[in-house]
Write a protein that binds this ligand. Sequence first.
Ligand code: ADP
Ligand code: PAZ
Ligand code: K
Length: 259
Amino acid sequence: MLMAVDCGNTNTVFSIWNGAEFIATWRCSTDHKRTADEYYVWLTTLMTLHKMDVHISEVIISSTVPRVVFNLRVLTDRYFSCRPLVVGKPDCALPVAPRVDMGTTVGSDRLVNTVSGFDRHGGDLILVDFGTATTFDVVDQDGAYIGGVIAPGVNLSLAALSSATAALPHVDVTHPAQTIGKNTVACMQSGVYWGYIGLVEGICRQIRAEHIRPMKVIATGGLAPLFQQGTEIFDAIEDDLTMHGLVLINELNKDRDTA
Ligand SMILES: Nc1ncnc2c1ncn2[C@@H]1O[C@H](COP(=O)(O)OP(=O)(O)O)[C@@H](O)[C@H]1O
Ligand SMILES: CC(C)(COP(=O)(O)O)[C@@H](O)C(=O)NCCC(=O)O
Ligand SMILES: [K+]
């Protein structure tokens, strides 16, 4: 079975696959201090809890936090007796090379999303990922990542707003019924929600104006459904976009090894 690991700056998601069959997914907070033994105890506890007979023989990792990869490599080596495929490393092939400035390191989550989006929708895409950062990945006609946009994430913006001010509390993002807030919390929620709707619509409009062919917009990340309530810009919402890409990249590299 395959264990695909998507490590973002906030959360790390583990997902288990038997070929193309999805088995389970588990999430923990991202912490570079978490050891291989801690991961293993946590994973086996969940497997036992769900009465699962899981035998991991392959591991693929995408991480936006380089320091986390060390302990995930130890986990793979010590407990699953294999070598992980790490997206972004030279030995991990991608279907199409990114076309960006020389020397630029593209976030591995963005490379994985690109592979996944192209497989499902073909080329000319804007992939919006509501993670710690809100990223826009632009996919060309041939499936190449050709750049994009990085904006502060929704929760990061709310955290900055409360931490830099004396009178503003910590609030969660919601879809406010009205734009005009009648109290402090409602005013902040309106600013972030409608501010992000404007940001997403505006950036997609400008990307489309710079691209010669029409483009679809696909959204992913935990907050995507909330933002879909306020805009018509998304052609689809796919919460498994990154995981699907990891499975595809793993298959591609297996085929290469046996070729
Ligand atoms: N379903 C959800 N509802 C509300 N907030 C969410 C949801 N899913 C994720 N978040 C929040 O969105 C932010 C980004 O989360 P995540 O997509 O896991 O980021 P990353 O991939 O960068 O680790 C975090 O602050 C997280 O707590
Ligand atoms: C932009 C990101 C911080 C997004 O990370 P995330 O929100 O998924 O944790 C990550 O993709 C990254 O570190 N990228 C490197 C620079 C780039 O992609 O151009
Ligand atoms: K992400």
